[in-house]
Write a protein that binds this ligand. Sequence first.
Ligand SMILES: O=P(O)(O)OC[C@H]1O[C@](O)(CO)[C@@H](O)[C@@H]1O
Ligand SMILES: O=C[C@H](O)[C@H](O)COP(=O)(O)O
Length: 958
Amino acid sequence: MLPTPTASNPLQELQHYGQSVWLDYIRRSSIVSGELQDMVTAGEIWGVTSNPAIFEKAIAGSTDYDDALRSLEADRDRDAISLYEQLAIFDIQATADILRPIYDRTNYRDGYVSLEVSPYLANDTEQTLQEAHRLWLAVDRPNLMIKVPANPAGIPAIQQLISEGINVNVTLLFNCTAYELVAEAYISGLETYADNGGDLSRVASVASFFVSRIDTAVDNLIMDRLKISTNPQQQDLLKSLLGKVAISNAKVAYQSYLALYLSERWLRLAAHGAQPQRLLWASTGTKNPHQSEVLYVEELIGVDTVNTIPPATLAAFRDRGKPAATLTQDVNAAREVLLNLHQVGISLSLVTDRLLVEGMQLFENAFDRLLIAVEQNREAVLGDAIDRLTYKLPNEAMTVAVAAAIQDWQTTGKIRRLWAQDASLWTGADENLWLGWLGITEDQLAHLDRLKQLAQEVRELQYTHVLLLGMGGSSLCPEVLKLTFGNVTGFPELLVLDSTDPAQIHTIERQIDITKTLFIVSSKSGSTLEPNIFKQYFFDRLQKLVGAAAAGNRFIAITDPGSKLQQVAENSHFRHIFYGLPSIGGRYSALSNFGMVPAAVMGLDVERFLDRAAEMVHSCAPSVPASANPGVVLGCILGTLVNWGIDKVTLITSPGIADLGAWLEQLLAESTGKEGKGLIPIDREPLDLPYAYRSDRLFVYLRSPSAPDERQEMKIDILERDYPVVRIDISDAYQLGQEFFRWEIATAVAGSILGIHPFDQPDVEASKLVTRELTAAYETTGTLPDETPLLVEAGMQLFTDAHNAAVLDEIVGTDRSIAGYLRAHLNRLQAGDYFALLAYIEMNQANEDRLQEVRVTVRNYKRVATCLGFGPRFLHSTGQAYKGGSNSGVFLQITCDDAIDLPVPGQNYTFGIVKAAQARGDFQVLAERERRALRVHLGTDVAAGLTALQKIVRELVK
Ligand SMILES: O=P(O)(O)OC[C@H]1O[C@](O)(CO)[C@@H](O)[C@@H]1O
Ligand SMILES: O=C[C@H](O)[C@H](O)COP(=O)(O)O
């Protein structure tokens, strides 16, 4: 029974005609000011609807939400969609509360507020359902209607929701065919609900038939036809249809409604209290300025209908509307309009099909804009607590190409697919199994206790050092942390060993007091050769001093569950075992225990580190549109520029965070350098002016705004005129975790653009295999196979394979000296190539300085990008790209005779032999892959050998 109308303005009068007016608008100010309440109290509106475009206008188009957003964000960082939902849900709840008396008074017929499911999920029934359930619970008001679109994926969701007693506003309905499917879904849903004992009177639904959009679309088609029609009769017919089709379509739909709700099937439900699913006229703001503002109100007034009206139309109707029972008038004329439309060759169903698709897209676009606005607000609140990325590309075409890639990620929802672990974004192999890093920050934050306990324990035990034994992804993050943060008072000093070079092991051993050191053996697979033999070595040393039991107590393992290292750790009674996630590959493991256990042990505030990282996780969330998503933007730049021949990612870092480059090298090279393509990271190459470079360079400047290097700044400013430059400001070392995450996303995005598997490392395995064969042979024979040098000169030897030897012999000319061969080798460098020094010697400052000089000399001589890697460390990092990426590297391997060697307990081979086997294995695979490679063997005196090499190279370029 409808309440007796008491008022007399035209809006209020619509109730007499059985039509309920709902307001198609939501805005915080109208809730807070009491304006909404006043309209409700006056009996002018009986419900409220929202949609993504309405919320976009409210949140992005007004300042109403600024304070609320600021205080939400200041309270706790969250991603853009969570912020939006907090705001939207507050409004929806407040509106529901204002409407609640109507809901009660009308016995659940009116008094609803509608909230639409995310338009991103519109093509997925399951996700739409999950989202609807989530919103229903979050809003927690019986007078909520969940809006679900009437598309093929939405209709089954509608039926399911109704069968659960959840109120549904079916949106984006344009034609009678879809309407009938929707009505069927509603009735079937109710039947199930009744079978399950539900109270039918408490379920309500409306079918939102969009009106004005039909006229806009059809009238445009009519106008196009009028322009080409020469037949006066045809012209008259066309003109007669202008502005008529939408209303005719609605009138005919209403006839379907009347018929449907007279059926036996329906009457059975009605007898149990079911309410019909009323037709709701939506899109009733007039779009054509030549038509009456209240056209779609006045013409559609009928019993048991709703009209949801935007504010301007509402005001106009209140002012000058003329209520009358129009909906059932001239139904035959309406049918004739539709027939005539058909006759002039315009297919209404094609139009409405298109409108449905466009409608979903429009809501998606509005949602994108809304989330971008929220994200921008969020970033403003975060200030420099979130690392900033800006970029500049040297020409318009490149800018357009990068923008197109970002747009593609946006329109095809790829970032959501990435988070949904969709392997088809890459090669469709097993990429979905390697995305555990997406959720690791949250996971770690939820389990901080163990890390905090560990930090406390280490502090109390008063170790002087922690020595981490591991390679690649298991050592690089700890190394970055150590070199960035230094030593933390009250905590042991962290050292990292990632080399089999005996001199390097010896140097480390001299730095520590072995009895006051905690050892961390870190290996995801638990089967990597180096950490295993490091463990054997130090465990053996320690147990000789303190006994086996006490030795085990000073070891910690970080490994994946079930690995061989886990067994070793258990058998040796390690103090702790920390586990990794098997769904995270080594180079993506920084924020997991592989980075965070060492961080805790060296005294970093792990909670703070992860909290800051979480801010970047939120910035890169699936809901953050591509153009505002810092990981996607960077990935699109990286991936797109490769197609422009720009594959040398030149990393420039402020002094305080310089080691970040070493971590990035592995991530970029091992992830993308395969199948003959990929990115070549260029780390620690001294920065120069534009003439030193060619067009294969992208510069990424990772800058500490508090301590920038002025010369770097100046050079970057100059380079930016001719080269693509990405700038990332990292205002606090505790924000390094943000870069770990941003670059992981960026690498995954670039990998997708390149069409490779960014989570495997197929070519690393090849050299491991050869190394294994060589060391196994050594175990039985006690020697490595003989090699024949290409040349011996002054204590140095040159080696290469037969193919490289033949090529070099051909180009060396008469100067068959080391200098001559080196010149010949370097002359193989062409534009777009890179030069890599692969040095199997101790990684120390003196050696690095000498090799840096060689590298810069070669760069200046040939204008090519240059790399410097120490073996075997780089094998677990850039080695993948050198062997599996594009064949554009020219390699100079450097080996030496070890002045001292160290035994590997339990083996015949020594560390020196292992290193030699690793160098040979690496070289052999480079040769097999037809890479341009030469090896120079320095002899025992590495310093003298390097000095000689420096001199030769210096002379060469004169
Ligand atoms: O942690 P693990 O299994 O010892 O592996 C160390 C490193 O070796 C590699 O597998 C390459 O050999 C890297 O991907 C990895 O980070
Ligand atoms: O809530 C209902 C609809 O989303 C709304 O009426 C659409 O109106 P429009 O066509 O003016 O965008």
